[in-house]
Design a protein around this ligand. Structure first.
Ligand code: SF4
Length: 310
């Protein structure tokens, strides 16, 4: 799904720990602990692109819909969300799980040199066109930088480094080149490398046996997988919506693109799983016992859910 925005991140202070009003904001979850700051959303340096450039349709995640390029009705003049503290209650839970991987500030400050769409409406259309492209490129950077850190992927390091440099170069291209970029072709090349990385990593997962546990793009919606042994499983693109994964062992599993909305991860072990992102985790349910990969933060709503007894 598309356009969800990250209001809590929008509330994060730019640099000095304070928001634009001078008050220290209360983040809803720990900041994205991505090792590279370029891949962390810095909403204080972004012109609320996720709240404007992306469309969304009325659904369980969004109380109302809007078209791409149209500012959300809740967006204030100062680029802040007017309902930030009660997004879930107001029916905008989709906004709480969006991650731009740092694409917003890159488009705002690098591609467009700090000119925002309210000041310069002539550039607005191009800016809104470039943002989804940049968001995908930054997501590729996230995966590639993770792959580079994985010891079993050592034989691929040179290729991974080359791909990382190439995608990084694309993110610094001009607006015209970005708008015309063949993103599916970039994705194809990156995916090929990530798949080879995944095979190397999963082959070393404890309990992994070649050929077993292939659930790629499997329909596992609502599946009863409580306590399941999914070590080293291929769950690429699997539909795990509302699946019961309580206490499941997902160490070394590949979860790239898996849909974890409302999946129950309480007590599950996801340490060493690969290509899992913060939006996937934010969309799932979990608790203090859920073990996450080092790169990811524990969502704040997991704590409030535990207090509420869910
Ligand atoms: S409700 Fe609108 S303004 Fe608020 S975070 Fe979501 S998209 Fe942005």
């Amino acid at each position: 799904m598309s356009p969800r925005t990250s209001p809590e991140r929008r509330r994060q202070p730019p640099a000095d720990g304070r928001d634009r009003t001078g008050r220290r904001p209360a983040p809803r979850h720990a900041p994205n602990p991505a090792p590279d700051p370029e891949l962390r959303a810095d909403c204080g340096s972004c012109f609320a692109l996720c709240c404007v450039a992306l469309p969304f349709a009325p659904s369980a995640d969004f109380a109302v819909g809007k078209d791409a390029g149209q500012p959300c009705g809740n967006l204030r003049e100062d680029f802040r969300c007017g309902i930030h503290s009660r997004l879930r209650q107001e029916g905008f839970s989709g906004c709480t799980v969006f991650e731009c991987f740092g694409a917003g500030q890159k488009v705002s400050q690098v591609t467009f040199g700090g000119r925002h769409w309210r000041e310069d409406p002539r550039t607005a259309r191009r800016m809104f066109e470039v943002f989804p492209v940049m968001r995908q490129l930054h997501e590729f950077l996230w995966y590639l930088s993770e792959a580079l850190e994985l010891p079993p992927a050592r034989p691929l390091r040179r290729e991974l480094r080359r791909a990382l440099d190439e995608v990084g170069r694309l993110t610094r291209a001009g607006a015209g080149e970005l708008a015309d970029l063949d993103v599916p072709e970039v994705r194809r090349r990156v995916d090929e490398l990530l798949l080879r990385t995944s095979e190397l990593v999963r082959a070393t997962a404890p309990g992994h046996r070649r050929g077993r546990r292939n659930h790629r793009r499997a329909d596992l919606m609502g599946a009863r997988l409580k306590g399941a042994d999914l070590r080293g499983a291929d769950l690429r693109g699997a539909y795990l919506i509302a699946a019961d994964l309580r206490g499941a062992d997902l160490r070394g599993a590949d979860l790239i693109g898996a849909d974890l909305r409302d999946a129950d991860l309480r007590g599950a072990d996801l340490t060493g799983s690969v290509f899992l992102t913060q939006p996937q985790v934010d969309a799932a349910r979990g608790d203090a016992r859920t073990a996450l990969p080092r790169r990811l933060a524990r969502p704040a709503h997991w704590r409030s859910a535990a207090r509420g007894g869910s």
